[in-house]
Design a binder for this molecule. Structure first.
Ligand code: IFM
Length: 446
């Protein structure tokens, strides 16, 4: 079994959450976001569930931070909701900013390094009404938000990520229609694919100008393999790889978009998009990598571009139906280092699994999550040995929480949450991780 001492000195072990998924959007003067309205529309979310109460972290945050500390974690990846900080998208809600101020101080008091994410999907409804990410102006409003919250927290956070998972923000939400705002429109998708990157670039430019250190972005990656060795399927996997895995990192590191994706998106891109590429290509201080699974792809001539059909793989699957494939994490850590970012610090900012966990006699036994976690830690360790400069690993998620379109059905937490009583129960995976991260009294060895 791996332990903290199998990783370089100073490696950060943490857990991650996001505001809408845990806080409760009905409290503290939080404004309406597109997730409040998307979930209020029949058919979008399992049982029409929303983040109105979620895990009530807005009130229970001290106990939740205690759980992080008791697990011997070094850092906490959290997000600051745009709709809570700026309920109408432009003016500040002092109560919201005060909440995050207390939260960050609470982390520091417990020896936890705060890793902040600026956008984990709470687009204020007032800005969604104006087109959200299809509207270029939203990028400038996002830079304003980034500046406002950083003026309050920037002196105490360890790092800031601009956007969480731009692929989900743009493609999943505007092309596949699975997340808010639920569009299935290639033109909206092309605009969002570009504007989310422009928002990132403008925010980095603004924060860098304020002297803020440790700026990065969190990209998600999906291991794309062809369903067969037929050339059409090989090309299909390459298209998916382009849309998911290359579009964002190539824009940031090379100031270009992959040709294989422009083949489909070019006619729908916003005018003069090329002029934004220098802004998008701001220097990063670190890169966050979220990794969960792989997909197999086949060519589907019956569908318009990108002509794709998923084919089920043969590995065991999580409660989400996602294949467990730790080799993919090693692939992306070493690929990012080799092809794109060299020695830039990398963090595994999310990795975890949903499981149909059962609370029995006050305990949750989730051996399958322990195996998942330690196999992905082993893949990370191997990537470090193979030259990737990985400096942190954050498990998704600390708590069972609101899994977006899946509502509260899918449990990703190290800690079980009873959604009726809100009682938290650490699972066996939590205890296994805490043991692996324990130090002795001198803080150096067990
Ligand atoms: O719950 C999400 C999180 O908000 C973003 N990354 C993937 C997780 C699991 O689906």
């Amino acid at each position: 079994m791996l332990s903290r001492f199998d990783f370089p000195e100073g490696f950060i072990f943490g857990a991650a959450t996001a505001a809408y998924q845990i806080e409760g959007s009905a409290f503290g003067g939080c404004g309406s976001s597109h997730w409040d309205t998307y979930s209020a529309t029949p058919g979008n979310v399992v049982r029409g569930e929303s983040g109105a109460r979620a895990c009530d972290h807005y009130h229970q945050w001290p106990a939740d931070l205690d759980l992080l500390q008791a697990a011997n974690l070094d850092g906490y990846r959290f997000s600051t909701s745009w709709a809570r900080v700026m309920p109408d998208g432009v003016s500040i809600n002092p109560e919201g900013v005060d909440f995050y101020d207390r939260l960050v101080d609470g982390m520091l008091a417990r020896g936890l390094k705060p890793f902040q994410t600026l956008y984990h999907w709470e687009m204020p409804s007032a800005l969604a009404d104006k087109g959200g990410w299809t509207n270029r102006d939203t990028c400038h409003r996002f830079a304003d938000f980034s500046e406002a919250i950083t003026r309050r927290l920037g002196d105490r956070v360890a790092s800031i990520a601009t956007i969480n998972e731009p692929w989900c923000v743009a493609w999943l939400s505007h092309f596949m229609g699975i997340h808010a705002p639920g569009l299935r429109d290639i033109r909206a998708a092309a605009r969002a694919m570009h504007h989310i990157l422009l928002a990132h670039g403008l925010a980095v430019e603004r924060l860098r100008g304020m002297g803020q250190p440790n700026l990065g972005i969190v990209l998600n990656f999906d291991y794309a393999q062809p369903a067969s060795d037929r050339p059409e399927d090989v090309q299909a996997a390459a298209r998916w790889d382009g849309i998911f895995n290359r579009w964002f990192i190539e824009a940031i590191t090379r100031q270009t978009y992959p040709e294989i994706v422009l083949e489909g998106l070019s006619p729908h891109m916003p005018a003069n998009w090329q002029d934004d590429m220098a802004t998008i290509g701001q220097k990063l201080d670190w890169l966050g990598i979220n990794y969960y699974t792989r997909h197999l792809h086949a060519h589907d001539a019956t569908q318009p571009w990108p002509h794709l059909r998923d084919v089920p793989g043969d590995r065991p699957k999580t409660q989400m139906g996602w294949e467990i494939y730790p080799e993919g994490l090693h692939h992306f850590l070493t690929r990012m280092a080799k092809d794109y970012v060299g020695d830039l610090p990398l963090h595994v900012t999310e990795n975890g699994m949903a499981n149909a966990d059962l609370l029995e006699d006050g305990r949750v036994s989730d051996q399958v999550r322990e195996d998942f976690l330690f196999s992905h830690l082993a893949a990370t360790k191997q990537a470090i040995a193979d030259g990737a400069n990985v400096q942190g690993f954050f498990y998704w998620s600390l708590l069972d929480n609101y899994e977006w379109a899946e509502g509260y059905d899918k449990r990703f937490g190290l800690v079980h949450v009873d959604y009726d009583t809100l009682v938290r129960t650490p699972k066996s995976s939590y205890h296994a991780l805490a043991r692996a991260l324990a130090r002795n009294d001198q803080g150096t060895a067990r």
